[in-house]
Design a protein around this ligand. Structure first.
Ligand SMILES: *Cc1c(COP(=O)(O)O)cnc(C)c1O
Length: 407
């Protein structure tokens, strides 16, 4: 870690560009959405990058997120606000998932979720660009990661959660120094309040994809997979999709790796997984649309994917279609069964969103979309310990005679 953080390096960012129109924006300045209200993507001088380092040199570095620093936007490494972003392991779940299925266990990252990848990058860039106050709408984990990294470098944070956000998330956000509010609405309605304050100049808007650097942090999931699979990507990736940052980021990573010549043109089929109670991407995918309409009355146990409207909808749908994958919806009952199976049979406690990916894999197998023996990656995005578990543990009175055969 320290090695990767302290090493001097050149920065290869050339500019940013609107994901919709391709319009160019200058690097080294604060940006939100593009002029047409769409996400900005960071572009690199990949030819120069490839001439300065090769994939074996990166593979030889300490295994953390910062080993990819040439492919990341932070200019001055002193601005990196790290809490120890390890490379997450791939865990086999042979009994609940079957042969060839690996779970990328993101619950081991700082703040217990993969939101740490996006927020360590976005906050480091905010620090680099002189931001002092940030506001964000969140279903929980993004707010927790924002609070942690921003507090660490003295940036003030205001976090707005839908009132049905898991209790532990609301409290961990407050515990890590943010001012947190429970709003009687969905995440996009919280986002409208954040947007209003940003327009008045009260704070910088950190909504999903409304600043350009979370994608760069989330992209490291794709970079890590390439390295972990020996530069030969898996056959299928199941990703629980809310705002879609990770799916968009991985797709961008694969493109950059191919341009560098570090991987070939073969891509995993990308499966965007949503809950039946909030499936705007699935509906748009099935209707052949480029953009997804807002999903009304969104409801699911998987709070992280309860996102009725995503500003990067067209990027999610594009990646899924280009990859030959699909958007799949699963029920809350299927999600909870998958979480239970993996915990009891393979000893891995996943979050509900992680459970959704196993439920979707089961559905995909039943529909013949995934063949036996294919190399499949499921994303467990947060530690299962953050989520409510059923009551357990009957009292045992040690002062009375205990029938040990009953235990
Ligand atoms: C945020 C989140 C997701 C969705 O991630 P996106 O990249 O925003 O689509 C899934 N699961 C959990 C646990 C999350 O916190």
């Amino acid at each position: 870690m320290t090695d990767n953080l302290s090493a001097n390096r050149a920065n290869f960012v050339t500019h940013l560009e609107c994901a919709m129109t391709g319009e160019r924006y200058e690097a080294g300045r604060l940006h939100g959405l593009s002029r047409v209200g769409r996400p900005l993507l960071v572009r690199y001088d990949l030819a120069a990058l490839g001439a300065s380092i090769d994939r074996d040199a990166i593979a030889a570095r300490a295994p953390d997120l910062w080993r990819w620093r040439e492919l990341l936007p932070v200019v001055n490494t002193a601005n990196i606000v790290s809490l120890g972003e390890i490379e997450t392991p791939l865990i086999a779940i042979p009994r609940s998932g079957g042969k060839g299925v690996l779970v990328k266990d993101e619950g081991r990252l700082p703040t217990g979720s993969f939101k740490a990848r996006g927020l360590v990058m976005a906050v480091s860039m905010a620090k680099e660009l002189g931001v002092t106050r940030i506001a964000m709408p969140t279903n929980g984990n993004a707010g927790a990661a924002l609070a942690a990294y921003a507090s660490r470098c003295g940036i003030e944070t205001i976090v707005l959660c839908p009132e049905e956000t898991p209790e532990i998330n609301v409290r961990e956000i407050a515990a890590q120094g943010a001012r947190v509010w429970r709003v009687n609405g969905q995440i996009d309605e919280c986002g409208a309040i954040v947007g209003k304050g940003a327009a008045e100049g009260r704070w910088f808007d950190f909504s999903t994809l409304k600043e350009p650097y979370r994608i760069e942090g989330k992209k490291t999931m794709g970079l890590e997979l390439a390295l972990q699979f020996g530069w030969d990507l898996p056959d299928a990736i199941f990703y629980p999709t809310g705002g879609g940052t990770g799916l968009i980021g991985m797709w961008k990573a694969f493109d950059e790796l191919e341009k560098l010549g570090w991987i070939g043109s073969k891509r995993p089929r990308m499966y965007a997984v949503q809950a039946e109670g909030c499936a705007p991407m699935v509906r748009a995918f099935e209707q052949g649309l480029e953009h997804a309409e807002r999903w009304e009355n969104a409801a699911t146990v998987a709070a992280g994917i309860r996102v009725p409207k995503a500003v990067g909808d067209f990027l999610i749908l594009r990646a899924v279609r280009q990859s030959g994958g699909r958007a799949l919806a699963v029920s809350d009952a299927e999600i909870l069964r998958a979480v239970d199976d993996t915990a009891r049979q393979d000893g891995l406690l996943m979050c509900p969103e992680g459970g959704a990916t196993l439920a979707a894999l089961r559905k995909a197998r039943a529909e013949g979309l995934v063949a036996e023996g294919e190399r499949v990656v499921l994303f467990n995005c947060a530690t299962g310990l953050k989520y409510p578990m059923p009551m357990a543990g009957e009292p045992l009175d040690r002062t009375k005679e205990i029938d040990l055969s009953r235990l």
